[in-house]
Write a protein that binds this ligand. Structure first.
Ligand SMILES: *Cc1c(COP(=O)(O)O)cnc(C)c1O
Length: 370
């Protein structure tokens, strides 16, 4: 972004440990064996930075990248990413020309869309590489298995379509109860058998599929969360660790008298003489305001509570009677000394899932790769 300073001039940053990310990718590759690896990099690579994570994955021999939107795929092509990129989200007519121009593989899940795409291909005299999504129970996008034959018929009559893949998506694979997931696998297997074409890449597994459903691997898998180092549910013997930390620096220090309100609304009142430091990040960066009076940070190898409401660009922390100086490093997510604040804990405090926390940090925070 135009206003972004060189990384080290901003007092708050996201640190991505690429060595750890590489280890995660290798662990998953070892588990997948012959199954191709498609890395989802949608939503700024789950907050890790779209381009650098994609380039790193490409260099590691990941087979495919998956994004949700044309904009993400086009950006990667303009930056020189060469490996196949699959756009998972439903496409819109005004995007078709660019999807083809930027050599993006995209998803078609209805005869209606297939007809529109075919007419564009004829007009542009171009071919396009597509995947068909089957709805086996997510009920988001995707064609019913029973309607697939008519769509396949149409696609086969048009020479412009290169059918690269057929896929589906799990709705509940991260839950304890495996019944519905096993049904989805079974229904997708029926599609695989009926289509019976081994030039097509059939793919189904997300992170939870890879962790808990080995029968879902097929020709390709799409693990996002797991590649970034998090298990969808209980830990399994695929060795991954987070590579994402959120850090900042103390920007102000003061002592506050007893009985004083802190920050907007005075939702926290000091009980005693309190040493308070100010942290230069707020909800305007995507740090959840719901952590006001709930969250904590690490400073000088100790954990301290956030006091008062989180502001747009800063918040306050009670360091009790301990010492801290302007410029001290603060860890908001990640490790410091023997302590760690996990994304999972923050998600819990915010009544959400780790995915949402990772994606929430916006472009005002620079990403630094180590
Ligand atoms: C986001 C997404 C994935 C990756 O899911 P994880 O739970 O992060 O592994 C895979 N497939 C589709 C269709 C998705 O939308």
């Amino acid at each position: 972004m135009a206003y972004q300073l060189p990384e080290m001039l901003h007092p708050t940053w996201i640190e991505i440990d690429l060595k750890q990310f590489k280890k995660n990718v290798i662990s998953i590759k070892n588990r997948l064996k012959k199954t191709k690896f498609c890395l989802p990099v949608k939503a700024n690579a789950y907050g890790h930075g779209l381009y650098t994570m994609s380039k790193t994955a490409q260099d590691l021999g990941v087979d495919y990248l998956a994004v949700s939107f044309l904009s993400e795929g086009q950006f990667l092509r303009e930056k020189g990413i060469k490996i196949p990129i699959l756009v998972l989200g439903a496409i819109h007519e005004m995007q078709i020309e660019n999807l083809i121009k930027f050599d993006l593989e995209f998803t078609i899940s209805s005869l209606f869309k297939a007809q529109i795409v075919a007419s564009y291909c004829e007009k542009l005299k171009k071919k396009c590489s597509i995947h068909i999504e089957i709805d086996t129970g997510m009920h988001r996008t995707g064609i019913r298995p029973s309607t697939l034959p008519s769509l396949l018929n149409f696609i086969q009559t048009k020479s412009c379509f290169i059918l690269k893949g057929i896929y589906s998506h799990f709705a509940t694979a991260d839950l304890q109860d495996d019944k519905f997931t096993l049904k989805q696998i079974e229904d997708f297997q029926k599609v695989v058998s009926a289509v019976n074409d081994n030039s097509i890449i059939f793919h189904l597994a997300n992170s939870a599929g890879i962790c808990y459903f080995p029968s879902s691997f097929l020709q390709m898998a799409r693990p996002g969360l797991l590649a970034y180092g998090y298990y969808p549910n209980k830990k399994v013997d695929i060795d991954v660790s987070p590579c994402f930390s959120l850090k900042s620096k103390v920007s102000y220090f003061k002592a506050v008298f007893p009985g004083q309100g802190i920050s907007y609304g005075h939702t926290y009142i000091t009980k005693k003489m309190t040493r308070v430091v100010t942290v230069p990040i707020g909800y305007g960066d995507g740090y959840p305001r719901i952590l006001s009076n709930k969250g904590s940070v690490l400073i000088r190898n100790q954990q301290y509570p956030i006091i008062g409401n989180i502001c747009m660009d800063q918040f306050m922390v009670d360091i009790s009677l301990n010492e801290s100086f302007v410029g001290d490093e603060i860890v908001l997510i990640g490790k410091q000394g023997n302590l760690e604040i996990k994304v999972e804990e923050i998600a819990e405090l915010c009544s959400t899932i780790p995915y949402e926390i990772l994606c929430s940090f916006n472009e005002r925070i620079p990403r630094i790769y180590i």
